[in-house]
Write a protein that binds this ligand. Sequence first.
Ligand SMILES: Nc1nc2c(ncn2[C@@H]2O[C@H](COP(=O)(O)OP(=O)(O)OP(=O)(O)O)[C@@H](O)[C@H]2O)c(=O)[nH]1
Ligand SMILES: [Mg+2]
Length: 371
Amino acid sequence: MRIKKIIANTVKEGREIIERDLGKDAIILSSRKAKLPNGNVVIELVAALDDKANIKEQSTMQNTRKVNLYENSSLLSNSFDFKELVLSLKSDISNLSNTLETLSENFKYRYTGTMPKQLAQIYKILRNSGVSEEFALNIIGRISAKGLFLDYKKSLNEAQKILLNSVSFANPIMQSPMRQIIAFYGATGCGKTISLVKLAIICKLIYKQNVLIVSADTHKIGGVEQLQTLASISGISFKAAYNATELKNIIVQEKNYNIIMVDTTGCNPNKQNDLDFLVEYHKSMVPDLRFLVLSATTSKNSLLNIIDKFRLFDINSTIITKVDEATGLGNIISALEIKKLPISYFATGQSIPEDFELATSDKLLDYLLMV
Ligand SMILES: Nc1nc2c(ncn2[C@@H]2O[C@H](COP(=O)(O)OP(=O)(O)OP(=O)(O)O)[C@@H](O)[C@H]2O)c(=O)[nH]1
Ligand SMILES: [Mg+2]
């Protein structure tokens, strides 16, 4: 595949240059206006030509002929040709997938062509770390405005500073003379139960709190057993609430605990019934602290959707899980920046309780970008 960028005075002129240089089969991938250093406005066109297109076309025609042959003869006697056809189709699909990959890469970085080299590099790092296109462009614009763009290191520091400043951190669970009810909400499989156990152990061992774990995840097969086992290994008291009334009774009766942590059922944010069901539990426990657990491997748009849907529970703060599996936290930062939700903790693996830490700007810096 050959890709060529050309500058012309008009789109028509650009097309003619592409046709002359790459031939009639070239495809125009993008066109936009650009300003030259002398102030002249020109058209910048990016075109691509698949060198193998003609060869492939011929081979596909031959293969089509072979298929027609099969219609009139025994499949067995042509089995060798059939194998060839499958191999050729496989190679066509693989070429197509490579072309799509190149196109999608070009699309992802489509603005870098006009940026100074250093900024283009930082833009790519931001995008690869999950920072949205809009936010990444905004960051690049702010770096440019400060005139830092010729110094890569300074530019990168500035990008990190902007990202760090765009999120806030919430206080962790504190020792308190008052009993605290803490609820964990989130989409299915985001890491609610494991995070709850990690935090319960930390509260018990470090803060010397008397902790009760309650499972309100009684509808999922094995939900109660999973948490009961983890609580028992950790030597933490455990109860299960099979409906909202039982949860309310536990909260009313269990006055001797400083902290009651409630694990809720994982909800599909797009199923209103699931959310309504959870609201019943939420109302019955009236939690003091409401964590939304978000996986760092979730896309920005899905995170925005989850945050919007879980607003029902008056979330105070977030726990970001699976940081160890994510390629940067740009998606999380982009979503939290828009929704103005703070972070309390990072979960960085499956080990209980080691892979759990307080969210601070230093920690965030470690995970922020895939540099
Ligand atoms: N790598 C990694 N895996 C994690 C992390 N947190 C949780 N997990 C794993 O993710 C899977 C789901 O974790 P759970 O805590 O059961 O998730 P959940 O939100 O309670 O799931 P549901 O109750 O089914 O909605 C388990 O295999 C966990 O070990 C993390 O920070 N890093
Ligand atoms: Mg769970």
